[in-house]
Design a protein around this ligand. Structure first.
Ligand SMILES: Nc1ncnc2c1ncn2[C@@H]1O[C@H](COP(=O)(O)OP(=O)(O)OP(=O)(O)O)[C@@H](O)[C@H]1O
Ligand SMILES: [Mg+2]
Length: 169
């Protein structure tokens, strides 16, 4: 039970950190997002409404990181991570946005939607391999957590924001 009181939400945060080797931060207050999203403008901004936008996001990401001289394997990791996060928007929330903030060889990929969000008490289960609320593989979160250096999630009945940090080196 994570939603019932602020104390429970603190327990839930600790649980998520320990389940993910300190990678997944549950953000209760948007002030806790990485500073870059407040300080800089995104270098890439894409609306996500249809599967064509998923293809566009993947191609845009590939071109963007190629120009920044990232190696092929890292670019592949980013395409996979973006693909999972954007697919979640289309599958579980219908529409949203993807922005990329970039600084000092670090990319912060920001994916947001205005869907129904995820119940906090369900997150520890839903980040595990094979857990899905739809008839899907339930692999998205575990893939993202494998490939990103850090992940922030903020979710409530107004929508979900996922930020993935991927570093060049
Ligand atoms: N943006 C979102 N809005 C609401 N719920 C979400 C969102 N992203 C993920 N979820 C919830 O988390 C669950 C796990 O997501 P995950 O990406 O790991 O698996 P999946 O999307 O169900 O399957 P797969 O990614 O393998 O196709 C989803 O089934 C859904 O219940
Ligand atoms: Mg998914």
């Amino acid at each position: 039970m994570c939603l019932k009181s602020s104390l429970d939400s603190i327990d839930c945060r600790d649980l998520l950190l320990s389940l993910t080797n300190d990678k997944l931060y549950l953000v209760m207050d948007k002030d806790e997002f990485p500073e870059i999203v407040f300080k800089k403008n995104p270098e890439v901004s894409i609306k996500i409404n249809t599967v064509e936008d998923l293809a566009c996001a993947k191609k845009t990401v590939e071109d963007f990181f190629y120009k920044k001289n990232w190696n092929k394997n890292k670019i592949f990791d980013i395409i996979i991570s973006v693909s999972e996060a954007v697919s979640n928007v289309l599958k579980h929330a219908q529409k949203g946005d993807m922005n990329i903030y970039y600084d000092n060889d670090s990319a912060y990929i920001f994916v947001s939607d205005r869907g129904e969000g995820i119940d906090l008490e369900d997150i520890p289960r839903l980040i595990q391999k094979g857990e899905s609320s739809k008839s899907s593989l339930g692999m998205g979160f575990s893939i993202i957590l494998e490939l990103a250096s850090a992940v922030w999630i903020h979710t409530n009945s107004n929508g979900t924001i996922l930020i993935m940090l991927i570093e060049k080196h």
